[in-house]
Design a protein around this ligand. Structure first.
Ligand code: ZN
Length: 363
């Protein structure tokens, strides 16, 4: 059993599926010291994220809830004469990187005998939780915004989950799930600390795929920050174990219509967001925004936001490269253009994470 520590007041609690935040309102972190990962032991292991089992906080990994997620391709692309490596994290069982965290989180909940979960999501996390709930034979109810992409809602329903559409803001959707969590466990991709231990495997994969070398820059679309925080945690752990020497510099990318991290870093107040094509990153008040800002500052990173009119052309450019992603994923490409304006990327290893599949895009 692990202890969970509140990131705001520092109080510790034994982990518990029914706990999702500290009574003070703060989000939890897991007290977990990973065992030593030895790269020479990996070649004989399955090609999924569980090959890094030493660093995952699951005791009975033989009973894991898994569909072989992870070890997604890392392929070279040249965009406007800028060479970079595309991490194809949309090639997952439910079509987004969220399967990494959903696999860890549902493994934990299943091991504790949880029979029903609720989650709130703009689409991808809901599809991932529904998918892994189906795998674990746990019932799932997913609260989504009324305007969520029909294709994402269809995926959630296909996995057998109940979908409840909520009118209003993204925060109203969250409130709906919380009120339902009195009966069922709130399997939140944002609040539950298991989730980020799944997304961190993306960092381990990148380093393994680069021959146990760290990239110089990693660019990622950021809404509630689960991938950004996972990357930071993974690289941080690897540096602690001597697997890499320096932390890659992280770049978070947001839509200008919903850019709370950019505003937080600049010392500005949150404001209500406007609609954006990058619906996967449209979170007006991310609960872990202070952690996200810390991940950027510790890695000497950046945050950029893209004007709305750039999103569809950038998405179509991805498609022309053979990357069938949703518009949220194109935020990585717009951030690459912004970064190249400010930094020389000659000879640098730059990785862009492509987070969600175009197959769930209804536009
Ligand atoms: Zn607290």
């Amino acid at each position: 059993m692990h202890l969970w520590t509140c990131g705001s007041c520092g109080k510790c609690y034994p982990e518990d599926p029914a706990l999702w935040k500290c009574p003070c309102g703060g989000p939890f972190h897991m007290n977990f010291e990973p065992a030593r990962l030895q790269p020479r032991r990996l070649p004989g292991r399955a090609a999924d994220q569980w090959r890094y089992r030493e660093v995952l906080p699951i005791h009975n990994w033989h009973e894991r809830v898994s569909l072989g997620e992870g070890l997604t391709p890392l392929v070279g692309v040249i965009h406007k004469k800028i060479p970079f490596l595309a991490k194809l994290d949309y090639l997952m069982p439910s079509g987004s990187f969220k399967d990494r965290g959903a696999s860890l989180l549902m493994s934990f909940l299943a091991s504790r005998g949880v029979r029903g979960v609720v989650e709130d999501s703009s689409g991808n996390a809901g599809a991932a939780i529904a998918c892994y709930s189906a795998r674990a034979r746990i019932s799932a109810t997913i609260f989504v915004p009324a305007q969520a992409s029909p294709a994402k809602v269809r995926a959630i329903t296909a996995f057998g989950a109940r979908v409840i559409k909520v009118k209003g803001s993204r925060e109203d959707v969250t409130a709906g799930a919380r009120s339902a969590s009195v009966r069922d466990c709130y399997a939140s991709h944002v609040w539950n600390p298991y989730f980020v231990h799944g997304t961190k495997t993306c960092a381990y994969e990148i380093v393994e795929q680069l021959g146990w070398n760290a990239p110089d820059w990693v660019l990622v679309p950021s809404g509630s920050g689960t991938m950004l925080l996972g990357l930071h945690l993974g690289f941080h752990e690897m540096r602690g174990q001597g697997l890499i020497e320096t932390l890659p510099r992280l770049v978070a990318s947001q839509a200008r219509n919903c850019n709370p991290l950019e505003r937080f870093v600049a010392g500005k107040k949150f404001r209500s967001s406007k609609p954006t094509l990058a619906e996967g990153a449209a979170v007006a008040r991310p609960p872990r925004v202070a952690e996200m800002a810390r991940a950027l500052s510790e890695s000497r990173g950046r945050v950029y936001s893209a004007p709305e009119e750039k999103l569809l052309p950038a998405t179509e450019t991805c498609w022309r490269y053979g990357l069938y992603v949703e518009p949220t994923s194109a935020l990585g490409l717009t951030a690459l253009e912004d970064l190249a304006q400010e930094e020389s990327l000659d000879g640098r290893k730059v990785v862009v994470i492509f987070t969600g599949s175009g197959l769930k895009f209804s536009g």
